[in-house]
Design a binder for this molecule. Sequence first.
Ligand code: SF4
Length: 396
Amino acid sequence: MLAAMPPSSPNPQDRGEAHIRDRVRERGDACPGALRLHRADDGSLARLRLPTGVLTHRQVLALADAADRLGDGHLSLTSRGNVELRGLGEGCGLGLVDLLRDAGLLPSERHERVRNMVVSPLAGAGVQAWAARLDELLCAEDWTPELSGRFLFAVDDGRGDVAGLAADVTLIAEPAGTGLVRVGRTTHRVSSADAPRAALAAAGAFLAAARAAGTGAWRVRELPAGQDVDVDGHLRRAGVAAEPVPDAAFPTCPPPAPGTAGDGMLSVLARLGRVTTAQFRALLPAGEVRVTPWRGFVLPGFTDPAAARERLRALDGAGFITRTDSPWIGVTACTGRPGCAKSLSDVRADARPREGALPVHWSGCARRCGHPQGAWTDMVATGEGAYQPTVQGPTK
Ligand code: SF4
């Protein structure tokens, strides 16, 4: 059932103003992608979605090649496990598209900006298969490009690392082999085989609710309070047998710490979320490289502890954060100069660890782009190389 419409004003002009007042998004979705580049002060920026987070050996080489030939020789990692190329020159768009398509990183040009997904980076084959299937389904539908470039899916293997990332639709694996699909405050249990289709149906339910609300919502949390999201109906029409799970409890766990992460996997972090192409290539050889939403990488396949230790030493030498006692853990920075004209300083050159238990975020201006959730130490530039420290966010 749709939420009741508010009483209409007898004055058409009043109705128009009320409509405008209630909208949460007035402008179109300008999220950058691999095809829609964002113009920055240091050249154009391309954001490449990596729905499963997994890159093959060949794809790592292709992205490093793209950054060297077309960009500024670096790759930036986002909090959604995506990769950005910066400093792209005029007219490089077609070359970039060809390169990405040849590497299998652009399966559908129409859908490339809505392939937003975070996946537990230590997940086994079953949950990885869910993510890959969900991506296939997303790219096969005509309606899914109507989702915004901000709409996010999370596929959690049951440990709770990505379930806490405030996705719009979250799939969580259960020990019994079933899956939970959560959208807003609604949770259903589905069979493992149905889980990817259930997640897609939940996204369809959101889109229908967003259209009905007419407020321009891009995310589930932007829907008006009380707006009905007919998840049951969409699951039924998708042929998914689902059991509602009221008051479902969800697991939570921190992200993988740098070092050996169990199950023969290595975990490393990129300092300030950015790597040179030489560092990126230093992740190889690898059967696969998993990009994490915590601006790092996971490398599977290290069952021999001695080989794992040797590889971690090599990655440490290449400049990655490989130890839990690194002071660089929790240090983040905005783009700053020269990429952003608003910046009062070269933030990434200035950023450094600080004493204290809180994460620290360095910004070139008061917009504080990319700041962490929760409480953090805030370092905002007040001039060239000068910063004002404060504590931001909830401290209790
Ligand atoms: S915080 Fe300010 S200086 Fe930094 S990237 Fe955002 S707008 Fe630019």
